[in-house]
Design a protein around this ligand. Structure first.
Ligand code: ATP
Length: 713
């Protein structure tokens, strides 16, 4: 992170949120960095287990305390802000947090994690500030944060085969190029100083032939080097992308729930600049570093004053470039985040096109998307403007440098001699080569500093721990023998959300069929996800045959479970592929048998391509009921020992539902059915209802009586 302190004055460094609900974490990071405990969003996400729903002012204070920041919520009038300890957090627009750093006359310096740092007028503050603010002060040695997570780009790569040979080839070819760059000015010098005065055409021809050969070799070397660089870039790019993709698919389900698709894609796109900078960077540092060193030695050999002058100009270039770094980095970050927000909205619009059409909301959504697109373009324009300003400064700088050097060199020739015209040509060529190679080194340094931005984004994938199930040492293959027990199980989605499940005790015997019903939002799906090892209990646990789930093996449990969840998961492909879920050894007999049990067979056989009919995007070529039956067939195809069905038959007509209930009963596996429909509930051996975070067993007969009383006339 760049240190912005100017003359010792502490400044707040803007931390931009990367998800809508992360403004709370971002303001805490800004305050924490201000008071000297350096942290970043990646660390806070891991340490604080933030909620999907964002933070309230109360939870903001609690989180702050964990970070070693003593917070105090204050209700403040507009004028009261002037008396507050700054920087302070302001509640904004009833849904957002920003940091107020300073007040100067009637202007307020606001760091908005979504929009950036801005001076705002009193009127604007009055429009957004809700009247609630929080002051923070550091409590020494109180932080329970994990140490700041730093991302090592090489940790993205697990193995890169064949890259070292290519790297050696590039270095070898670059050395050939280097010889050319070093020798060609010498050709000019000899031609001007020796051939011209003596008019020795033989020497000129020999020199010319030699350099034609040399130039040919250089062109071939250049071509080969670019081809090998291309290869290295591809190897590295594939390795980084493949390994990051591998990691991504192993992240916990809750990670995905908290992020938008556009944001995840944009994190992936950050791999491109990382790859490019690493590939080119390594070669540039070796080759250009060496070239800059040798040319600068030669330059000193020709003239100390001129060499010093060129170095001075180069140092100026470095300083200017470095001073722009902060602005360029912020502008780049803005442009990446704004593009991600815009893409997310476009993806959502495309996915939700039916709803938009039915509700006639295209114009409204378009306006909202256009606003984001404009933001994205504006950020790009700001970034480009910063680059253009730099370009103009550099062109002026090196134009001046050329004039000054040539002026001085000719003065030296005229004054003292000892510096021939040929030497001037040669010196200028070496100097240009020095400027180019050291310029590339400086650019590379800046590019590397800029990379931290992309590192932060990819770090969200790379530094998040994989789902628990992937840390199991041995892949066990024990089948369920006796029972599944939920013991004193408590669950909440984050430390700041209420407990959804509060003391669940349930024993499901092998082969038993239980139904869970209850009011919407009561926690039934959450129980299913816990039983499938997709979520981890907050307290208490799940025992399989008396063994705690982690020891029994989450993968082991998942291997023998079939699940029909509410958000089913449809991938592109045929009905058969979808039932077998891309099983490499797709068994058509099993596919058909599963479809038959799920009551799908007859309809599939009427389709023109039968089991090879494509299911369309998200199963859109199927009816809602067909999609549900396809998911049931998929669960049955696995021949599971445990079958978990969450509202699996809610779209079916009663006759089809009954047939499926019967077929599933025949499976004689352990079944956990979550349902509201009476037929499905009554098919179970025992029925449980969610009540205030607990599961209460209900008498089937009484349940039926109640149902008849309430729903029949
Ligand atoms: N990722 C999440 N983060 C925070 N809260 C969540 C999350 N997912 C679900 N919830 C909340 O947890 C509660 C239980 O949700 P759950 O889906 O388990 O209920 P349910 O009984 O299955 O409801 P339904 O019958 O409507 O499907 C709800 O209040 C819901 O808003």
């Amino acid at each position: 992170m760049l240190d912005l302190s100017i003359f010792g004055q502490k400044r707040v460094q803007l931390v931009k949120q990367t998800q809508i609900t992360e403004c709370g974490l971002a303001v805490l990071a800004m305050i924490s960095n201000f008071y000297g405990t350096k942290t970043n969003l990646a660390t806070l996400r891991q340490s604080l287990n933030p909620s999907l729903r964002g933070l309230s002012i109360k939870s903001l204070l609690q989180q702050g305390e964990k970070m070693g920041l003593q917070g105090r919520a204050v209700e403040s009038t507009f004028d009261g802000l002037k008396q507050m300890i700054l920087p302070a957090v302001l509640h904004w627009d009833l849904k957002h947090f920003v940091v107020l750093e300073r007040i100067k006359k009637n202007n307020y310096l606001i760091h908005d994690p979504a929009l950036g740092s801005r001076w705002l007028s009193e009127e604007t503050i009055a429009k957004h500030f809700t009247g609630v603010a929080a002051e923070f002060q550091p409590i020494p040695r109180q932080s329970t944060l994990k140490p700041k997570l730093n991302f090592r780009p090489w940790s993205l790569i697990r193995s890169i085969n064949g890259i070292w040979i290519s790297a050696a080839q590039v270095i070898l070819l670059s050395l050939v190029l280097q010889a050319y760059v070093l020798a060609s000015p010498f050709y000019m010098q000899v031609a001007v100083d020796t051939v011209l005065p003596s008019l020795d055409f033989n020497l000129l021809s020999t020199l010319a032939i030699g350099f034609v050969i040399f130039t040919t070799i250089q062109s071939i070397a250049l071509f080969l080097r670019s081809m090998i660089m291309l290869r290295i870039g591809a190897i590295l790019g594939i390795s980084i992308s493949a390994d990051t993709g591998f990691k991504l698919l192993r992240l916990p389900i809750t990670w995905f729930e908290k992020r938008h698709t556009g944001d995840i894609l944009s994190r992936f796109q950050s791999i491109g600049p990382i790859n490019q900078t690493l590939t080119e960077g390594a070669v540039i540092i070796i080759i250009d570093g060496l070239l800059a060193l040798t040319t600068v030695i030669l330059m000193f050999y020709y003239s100390t004053i001129l060499a010093m002058l060129s170095i001075a100009f180069m140092s100026l270039y470095f300083l200017i470039k470095y001073s722009f770094l902060y602005f360029e980095r912020n502008a780049t970050e803005d442009s990446i985040v704004d593009a991600a927000i815009e893409q997310t909205e476009m993806i959502e619009n495309v996915e939700g096109i039916q709803t938009l059409r039915v509700f006639g909301s295209e114009a409204g959504q378009h306006a909202s998307w256009l606003h984001k697109l404009t933001n994205s373009f504006n950020s790009n324009i700001i970034l480009q403007r910063i680059k253009n300003i730099q370009e103009a400064i550099y062109s002026l700088l090196f134009g001046l440098e050329n004039i000054v050097i040539i002026y001085l060199a000719i003065e030296i020739i005229l004054d003292a001699g000892g510096f021939s015209l040929g030497m001037l040509f040669a010196y200028t060529a070496y100097k240009n080569s020095f400027i180019n190679s050291s310029g590339r080194l400086v650019d590379q340094f800046v590019a590397y500093r800029m990379l931290t931005l992309h590192f932060d984004r990819v770090a969200d994938i790379a530094l998040t721990s994989e789902d628990e199930c992937f840390s199991e040492d041995d892949y066990q293959s024990e089948n369920l023998k006796e029972s599944i027990v939920l013991k004193d199980l408590y669950f909440r989605y984050s430390d700041y959300d209420p407990f959804i499940l509060a003391g669940i005790n349930l024993r499901i015997r092998k082969g038993e069929h239980i139904a869970i019903t209850g009011p919407s939002g009561g926690g039934k799906t959450t129980i299913a996800k816990l039983l499938l090892g997709l979520l981890e209990p907050t307290q208490g646990g799940i025992l399989i045959d008396g063994i705690i789930l982690k020891q029994f093996g989450i993968r082991n449990l998942q291997r023998q479970s079939g699940a029909v969840l509410q958000d089913g998961g449809f991938f592109h492909g045929s009905i058969a592929q979808s039932i077998a879920l891309f099983d490499e050894t797709l068994d058509m007999e099993r596919v058909e048998s599963a479809a038959l049990k799920a009551g799908l067979q007859d309809e599939v056989m009427k389709m023109p391509m039968k089991y090879f009919t494509p299911i369309g995007k998200f199963g859109s070529a199927l009816s809602g009921g067909q999609r549900q039956r396809l998911l049931i067939a998929r669960a049955i195809y696995r021949s599971p020992n445990i079958l978990i069905m969450d509202e699996a038959t809610s779209h079916l007509d009663y006759e089809t539902e009954r047939k499926i209930i019967h077929a599933i009963k025949e499976l004689k596996v352990t079944r956990i059915t979550i349902a509201h429909r009476i037929d499905t509930i009554m098919a179970a051996d025992r029925v449980f209802q969610t009540q205030a975070g607990r599961l209460v067993e209900v008498n089937k007969h009484e349940y039926m009586q109640n149902y008849l009383k309430n729903y029949t006339t």
